[in-house]
Design a protein around this ligand. Structure first.
Ligand code: NAD
Ligand code: UGA
Length: 430
């Protein structure tokens, strides 16, 4: 059992905290957002993530997790300190590290005994060196500490599973003492652990996210060719994915990747490379293809409806992926804005993300369910592949629509069956 402090209780920090608590550690979660901490103390979970609420409750009951806004409290009572604050993009793509610097300074000023300080946030290569210097400068009593880079690979919507059963854990570390502590911490997960230097660990994270985004843009580019020659991207992806060197994962063509990480991390990796004197053209193409996929959806709506002014378009799915209420960089936002610019009236439904969507998109009529949404729409556009949508009563939907138009941005239905049901149906790359 270790005493652990997590600074930044967001999507990553809260999952890390609750999972490490479930493994038997004593965890203090810190966040500067007072409202968030007050909610968590009352067992109100600020984000939607399957099974998270039950786990937080159980760990509070067992006295394994607590919440505070005070970094000094968390640091003094813990041996391992995770930094999992936000690392957003600046307009030029560079990572904004002000929160990382702020918490590093406060950690240093609060330390009273040896600490392992773990960089969990996704940061540019060499940030570990900066954190180390910041702590040294603000550590007049010369309290011993070590820096570790331990990037996180969880996906939202499957976050707890991913944390507990990762393909690998990466630990970038230079000191034996910190290495042993980290290895012991993660031993119960019984998964491969890569121990490397800090810079390599930092690079593994950016290189992995960029590669995954590249895979998505690649299949989206192939989907464009499929449309031109009249073949089905699903068949092509299946045939490619059976090759073990390629694999089936991340070959779903669609409206492009969104979320708080791929867009930000690609921009960051391109900027880091640029600053190091390398023009990462390949990743710039990945970004262009991704933006194109969103435009294609708008073109498909126009192909079906011609003039959008005076027409009603129903958006099924707002979050950037299923099983989350996260709207950060969701494709739905850009697509809705473009449809509105063309004069389209927008109705929208999402099982979990409506309260978040209301903060970002305006002039949209939100519906209570997919059937309420379909009423009076000239076209339905599926942007998130929630399981609930796969089980829709399509005959009922068709009767409720003004015109039987469906654009399936996530290829959840089969074109032949949709045509049989009488829909004008357009998927992506098929
Ligand atoms: P988030 O915005 O959900 O959470 C970050 C939290 O940090 C917020 O609650 C914020 O209030 C808090 N914070 C900011 N400044 C603070 C300060 N000075 N003191 C205390 N708390 C502070 O972000 P996230 O999605 O959890 O991402 C965090 C990091 O993890 C990012 O670097 C991200 O790239 C990386 N990451 C995210 C995911 C994911 O799925 N979301 C996965 C892997 C890695
Ligand atoms: C992604 C990575 O998968 C995680 O490993 C990583 O930890 C995380 O970023 C991060 O660094 O934050 P996440 O963004 O939560 O996780 O979700 P993904 O499942 O990767 O989906 C990202 C986007 O790609 C979604 O918009 C999704 O719809 C899209 N996607 C994914 C596709 O369009 N096609 C696919 O085949 C897969």
């Amino acid at each position: 059992m270790r005493n652990i402090c997590i600074i930044g209780t967001g999507h990553v920090g809260l999952i890390t905290g609750v999972c490490l608590a479930s493994l038997g550690n004593k965890v203090i979660c810190v966040d500067s957002d007072k409202e968030k901490i007050e909610k968590l103390k009352r067992e109100v979970i600020p984000i939607y993530e399957p099974n998270l609420e039950e786990m937080v409750r159980e760990n509070i009951r067992e006295d394994r997790i607590s919440f505070t806004t005070s970094i000094p409290t968390g640091v003094r009572e813990s041996e391992i300190i995770f930094i999992s604050v936000s690392t957003p993009s600046k307009p030029n793509g560079e990572t904004d590290l002000r929160y990382v610097e702020a918490v590093s300074t406060e950690i240093a000023r609060s330390m009273d005994s040896y600490k392992v300080i773990v960089e969990k946030s996704t940061v540019p290569v060499k940030t570990g060196e900066r954190i180390k210097k910041t702590i040294e400068i603000n550590n007049p009593r010369n309290i011993e500490f070590d820096i570790v880079s331990n990037p996180e690979f969880l996906r939202e919507g499957e976050a707890i599973h991913d944390f507990m059963h990762p393909d690998r854990i990466v630990i970038g570390v230079e000191q034996e003492r910190a290495k042993d502590i980290m290895l012991e911490l993660y031993r119960p997960l019984n998964v491969p652990i890569i121990v490397t230097d800090i810079k390599s660990a930092e690079l593994i994270k950016h290189a992995s996210n960029s590669f995954l985004a590249l895979k998505i843009s690649y299949i989206n580019a192939v989907s464009q060719i499929c449309e031109k020659v009249g073949t089905d991207i699903k068949e092509v992806a299946k045939g490619m994915g059976l090759d073990k060197r390629i694999g089936h994962d991340f070959l779903e063509a669609g409206v492009g990747y969104g979320g708080s990480c791929f867009p930000k991390d690609l921009s960051a990796f391109i900027k880091i490379s640029h600053d190091l004197g390398y023009d990462f053209e390949l990743l710039k193409a990945v970004q262009r293809i991704n933006a194109m996929q969103r435009k294609k959806v708008v073109e498909k709506v126009k192909e079906l409806l011609w003039i959008l002014s005076g027409k009603t378009i129903g958006i099924l799915g707002l979050s950037f992926k299923p099983n989350t209420d996260d709207m950060r960089e969701a494709p739905s936002v850009t697509i809705i804005n473009s449809l509105q610019k063309e004069g389209g009236r927008i109705k929208a439904y999402d099982p979990k993300a409506i309260h978040e969507a209301k903060k970002i998109i305006k002039d949209v009529e939100f519906s209570h369910n997919p059937y309420d949404l379909a009423k009076g729409c000239d076209c339905l556009v599926i942007l998130t592949e929630w399981d609930e949508f796969k089980r829709l009563d399509l005959k009922r939907i068709k009767d409720l629509l003004n015109q039987p138009n469906i654009i399936d941005g996530r290829n959840i239905f089969e074109p032949k069956e949709m045509k049989k049901l009488g829909f004008n149906y357009k998927g992506i790359g098929r």
